[in-house]
Design a protein around this ligand. Structure first.
Ligand code: TTJ
Length: 640
């Protein structure tokens, strides 16, 4: 790097780089929705986690401030503030240079991959302002940016000292830019969930979270000394255990492998993969390595114990994982990611390493714990038994003529075959379904009414699910097939609709139907959710008809309160008890017309949320389920 004029030259590329980030923020943080907003916090926090992994940081404090900004503070060594080769403080380089994950080799910025770790300069570019305080060498150094542009004049390229301290660490405070983000209110439930996940993956790290935005501050500490064993226990907390969590770790070819798994009395598997502390929503090679080896081991045991006879076929992978909840966490020096959302681990050596460690450790464990082994194998036997019925059900579904997906006369399809324009509304109740059929634009909007409660797929086995007429119609209408988890039988490129819109009443029954549908999609067609095709329609709760002026729809009680405050003249209030009460015209205006309707996109932010769609929502306690749906309702965005 040339020293002469380096500052000028680099500041030009800096500005060009930041402009690119501001122009196409989605490329750098995934989206500008609520999820993208939270992502800013993760980007910053991940730097402190890296410092923890380097062995120098034991605490991170994350605070949501009253003014809408977020503060992240750690007790690490502090971002280096000394002179960088580019002629300014290294801190400036960190916050103004776009560095691709892993490419920033000057300092200790080994990064994690996927969208993560690309970093602090992206957060800086997308913030109205960002304030930096670095504590080291007994001093507090200060820096400050607006929309990514440095605002402090430096003396000889070095940061101003604003105080003395005996501590070391880094403190960043930033305000997301409302010019960039649809919403600038951090979603605390998702944030906490992700911070909790980070605590499970880093058992010696304490994360202190404070939400100071409400009338009284709310604080929570995430500290999980049991690590991923604790994580697995939490994921299975509401289910009936078949065994205690089994834990092992090991190393192979410079890759660290850590795994915890447990069996519960349920007909599903839940296997979560992490690489360098980042959740891999689309799985990848660490999971395939684990699964392949585990299947071989369990079949070997089953034959040794006489559970499988010579004439019997092997258990399938799905059989031996029936009822399994697992967390597989690896540390890889150079991870690569692929897949639609770049969250699928691609390194072949990860598959080998996980396979090797699993082969050694699982055998070591089961050789000593025959009772546990037998319990686990009985889960596989149960699965194999119902698999035969399942296979019959599956063929029945697939042999159905391809285009008669309106088999029971329920689906009112649209005329267009241009999938990128088409929408399908899954509507609760026949009467609302009837109105929706009249109100829709039949050119590109399809309506599928469903009656009452569809099957709870969390509790049912796959053959029952596929025997359900409404579910069959839905799977056929979407056109992609289905599979458990991310599988080859599902083909998203065949999807006939860009948007799948769940339309249910804003009451407890409606919330229940929404969660059943989400569970169905999540379990059998997760790509639909991960690739952003699933939405929840938000029908209004009220219509106000003022004596003078325009009629308007209000979507929640908060909006009504606000309307009462801002409109003094008398008005008539009409409350909708359900979709069925709306006529075709009203339904068009409020829930069908893309110009005026409100849709909530369904997004899954971390592993816990992924599990919660089934676990939290479908468990037997109603309150969290209601809270989930209602909270999503409050965050509904105008879909224009
Ligand atoms: C780099 O190598 C020398 C010693 O310090 C290392 C470092 O950068 N440590 C560090 C960075 N600790 N914490 C950070 C950090 C913290 C936050 C909240 C945000 C950012 C961008 C970095």
């Amino acid at each position: 790097m040339a020293k002469k004029n380096a500052y000028d030259a680099s500041s030009i590329t800096v500005l060009e780089g930041l402009e690119a980030v501001r122009k196409r923020p989605g490329m750098y943080i995934g989206s500008v929705s609520r999820k993208g907003l939270n992502h800013l916090v993760y980007e910053i926090v991940d730097n402190s986690v890296d410092e923890h992994l380097a062995g120098y940081c034991s605490e991170i404090h994350v605070t949501l401030e009253k003014d809408g900004s977020c503060t992240v503070e750690d007790n690490g060594r502090g971002i280096p503030v000394g002179m960088h080769a580019k002629g300014v403080s290294a801190e400036r380089v960190v916050f103004t240079t776009l560095h691709a994950g892993g490419k920033f080799d000057d300092t200790a910025y080994k990064t994690s991959g996927g969208l993560h770790g690309v970093g602090s300069s992206v957060v800086n570019a997308l913030s109205s302002w960002l304030d930096v305080r670095v504590m080291l060498d007994g001093k507090i150094y200060h820096d400050y940016y607006e929309q990514g542009i440095p605002k402090l004049e430096l003396q000889g390229g070095l940061l101003p000292v604003v105080g003395k301290t005996s501590r070391t660490g880094t403190c960043i405070r930033f305000l997301p830019d409302p010019e960039i983000f649809e919403k600038t209110w951090f979603a605390e439930v998702e944030l906490k969930s992700r911070l909790h996940e980070t605590a499970y993956l880093n058992p010696n790290l304490k994360i202190y979270f404070t939400d100071d935005r409400g009338e009284k501050a709310e604080s929570e500490t995430f500290y999980e000394p049991d690590g991923i064993v604790g994580f697995v226990k939490e994921l299975t907390a509401k289910e009936e255990n078949v065994c205690e969590p089994i834990y092992f770790k090991g190393e192979c070819d410079g890759i660290l492998v850590e795994c915890a798994f447990q069996y519960v009395n349920e007909f599903h598997e839940n296997i979560l993969g992490f690489c360098n502390n980042i959740y891999n929503a689309e799985g990848g090679t660490h999971l395939t390595g684990f699964k392949a080896t585990f299947t071989t081991i369990m079949n070997t045991y089953a034959r040794q114990l006489g559970i499988l006879k010579d004439k019997d076929a092997n258990f399938t992978g799905a059989d031996v994982r029936n009822g399994m909840t697992a967390v597989i966490s690896i540390k890889h020096p150079a991870p690569r990611f692929e897949g639609q959302t770049k969250t699928k681990l691609d390194n072949q050596d990860a598959s080998r390493a996980v396979g090797k460690v699993t082969a050694d450790e699982v055998v070591l464990y089961f050789d000593k714990h025959l009772d546990v082994l037998k319990n686990v194998l009985s889960c596989a036997e149960k699965s194999a038994k119902i698999r035969k019925t399942e296979e019959r059900a599956k063929t029945n579904l697939l042999v159905k003529p391809k285009y008669s997906f309106d088999s029971n006369g329920k689906l009112a399809n649209c005329e267009s075959r241009n999938a990128s324009k088409c929408e399908i509304f899954i509507v609760e109740g026949d009467s609302a379904g009837g109105s929706a059929k009249m109100a829709r634009d039949r050119n590109y909007q399809a309506i599928m009414p469903i009656r009452g409660k569809i099957l709870n797929v969390e509790k049912a086995s796959i053959d029952k699910v596929l025997a359900n007429a409404e579910i069959k119609t839905m799977i056929n209408a979407f056109g992609c097939g289905f599979s458990e988890g991310f599988g080859n039988d599902f083909d998203i490129t065949k999807l006939r609709y860009d948007k799948i819109i769940i339309m249910a009443d804003a009451d407890v029954d409606g919330a229940h139907i929404s969660t059943l549908l989400l569970t169905l999609f999540y379990r059998f067609m997760p790509e639909l959710i991960y690739e952003g095709h699933v939405y929840i329609a938000m029908p209004p709760l009220y219509k106000v008809i003022p004596s003078r002026g325009e009629e308007t729809y209000l979507y929640d009680d908060k909006a009504l309160e606000k309307y009462r405050k801002t409109h003094k003249s008398p008005f008539t209030l009409q409350r909708y008890k359900g979709l069925g009460e709306m006529d075709a015209q009203q339904l068009w205006e409020t829930t069908l017309n893309p110009e005026t309707r409100i849709l909530q996109k369904v997004e899954i932010e971390d592993a816990r949320m992924a599990s919660d769609v089934t676990g939290m929502l479908m468990g037997n306690d109603v309150p969290p389920r209601k809270a989930f749906i209602y909270r999503h309702a409050q965050e509904a965005l105008l879909d224009v």
